[in-house]
Design a protein around this ligand. Structure first.
Ligand code: ZN
Length: 230
């Protein structure tokens, strides 16, 4: 049956939500911008997925634009939530520090945000049931994939590797203005190491946190560019 197996994405607000599906098993990666529950439910329906078939919700990191609709989805699906150990406390407290901006303008916004609305980047508090300490096998949830740690955008950023496709959260962007390297970033040098590791790992396709999926080659010139800057 169509849509019975695969990796599907949809844009929820301005962030991507990804469905990993294998028959009656399904995993959702990220929960988008808040106020968009109806969109996510329509997306699931379109992919022949009952809310109760969601076995797990993986959060690539805990910024508010990736964790909206989380409480509602948990209520509806009963699925446990999995975060990286370095984001667990942030989610529990509902406070994620605003990452540093990479350019003058984003640095300005980030600095201003930290002063005016320190909770600007933060999720609604939630205590996750499952924690990834480094890698996490998703086969027990019926999906042949694994979570890997991809620190840099935040210290607890993680991605899902499905074959040679990386569901990356904000480890990669693909914005209309050509930005691939996240313009808000906790640790740019760490992120570049993460990119190098990923380029060597055989990843072919990236599903970014914002923007359309792309072939990984597109990001390689960016690596060289940012290595000189950082
Ligand atoms: Zn983010």
């Amino acid at each position: 049956m169509e849509n019975n197996r695969g990796t599907f994405w949809t844009r929820v607000g301005y962030s991507n939500v990804v469905l990993l599906k294998n028959g009656k098993s399904a995993i959702l990666v990220d929960t988008g911008v808040k106020g968009n529950l109806a969109h996510i439910l329509r997306f699931l329906k379109h992919k022949n997925t009952e809310p109760a078939e969601l076995k797990l919700i993986v959060l690539t990191h805990t910024h508010h634009d990736h964790t909206g609709n989380l409480h509602e989805l948990v209520k509806l699906t009963g699925a446990p939530v999995l975060v990286h150990q370095n984001e667990y406390e942030n989610l529990k407290k509902g406070f994620t520090p605003i990452p540093k901006g990479m350019g003058f303008y984003t640095r300005f916004i980030s600095g201003l945000g930290s002063i005016v609305v320190p909770r600007f980047a933060s999720p609604k508090a939630f205590e996750a049931q499952l924690i990834n300490h480094h890698e996490y096998d998703l086969n027990p949830f019926g999906i042949d994939a694994k979570i890997i740690s991809t620190p840099g955008h935040t210290n607890g950023s993680q991605s899902v590797l499905v074959g040679d496709t990386l569901v990356a959260g904000d480890t990669f962007l693909n914005l209309g203005n050509g930005i691939i390297f996240p313009h808000f970033c906790n640790n740019p040098a760490t992120l570049l190491h993460t990119w190098e590791m990923l380029f060597e790992s055989g990843v072919k396709t990236v599903v970014p946190g914002h923007g359309k999926p792309f072939a990984v080659e597109k990001a390689i010139p960016e690596l060289e560019k940012w290595k000189k800057k950082i």
